[in-house]
Design a protein around this ligand. Sequence first.
Ligand code: LMR
Length: 393
Amino acid sequence: MFNSLKAQAPDKILALMGQFRADPRPEKVDLGVGVYKDADGRTPVMRAVKAAEKQLWDSETTKTYTALAGEPAFHAAMATNVLGADYPADRLSCLATVGGTGACRQGFELARMANPEATIWVSDPTWPNHLSILAFMKQDYKLYRYFDSAARTVAFDAMMEDLAAVKAGDVVLLHGCCHNPTGANLTLEQWAAVADLLEAKGAVPMIDLAYQGFGDGLEQDAAGTRLIAARLPEVIIAASCSKNFGIYRERTGCLMVLSDAASKEVTQGTLAYLNRQSYSFAPDHGARLVTMVLTDPALKADWMAELEEVRTGMLGLREQLAAELRQLSNSDRFDFIARHRGMFSRLGASPEAVEKMRVDNAIYMVGDSRLNIAGLNAKTVPLLARAIIAAGV
Ligand code: LMR
């Protein structure tokens, strides 16, 4: 039967990761996959996570199964971190998931169970795996315009124009912060306008929050999500711990669903059911570390301090790259790099220019010219700036 299988197109981001590893050139620069790297190109285990792991090694006495939906302590810690200490516990259901991808997948599954007629509205562009998962699920989706590729800003009027066609019960997927792949984000006023529109339409916002703490700060990056959660009766939030806790391979994520209080019990039960049908229990190790870090004041303070170092380091690289390009291009047309937030910016280079930078300079970025700022350091920024100009961007 297996000879009937058709070859699947490889995931572009993960394929690029393999291509980079195979490149023998020592000067190569990886601006591809969304993984944080320090100035030496390492992805460190965060200090607080390491300390929690040591404590856990001493204190953990069993590895028997945990709860199907994950530990209540993990739910509470994540809800507090994402929604604030005054989150509405009586309306919130939570699910430990296999990373942020798992949270997205289970969120889509839940939406489909609740409303098989729903269309999922997705920003154009978005993280390619959103589209890939939706296509795999044979789930109807539509794109809404999001990015002004000339100005490299949010095309807000176009976005609102497209979202005006949303129907009651549709799901609108939004990036909570640090939009992937563009780096262009909604202002709080724009979040409020989106909330008004979705409320008027009776649509359900779904927020993918994968980079909380990488943009304007831990609290600031949750502000849009909190605004939506305070305004809309039903909200889906897919939060990832991969990036802000640096625990990529532990596969730790949390799906949070706000419903009316009367629907909470069935919603929570449906979430647990979705885990059981997919893989039974989500991995526990990363979720336990996150819970420890978020609930121990000393660990939390150290984690927040390190996360802030990561964030400000990326901002510094953005400033440096924009300044180099200002000088080399004798213009301010690359200043958007300093205004974007998070790990990514979409440069606006053609696929040919992206390819030229890979061939000539061993600089790897995703084909749509998304670059991972964290892949740079003070020494490679000038190399990238020169390569961008040489490629005619
Ligand atoms: C990315 O966009 O590079 C990250 O979210 C990693 C991934 O899984 O694609």
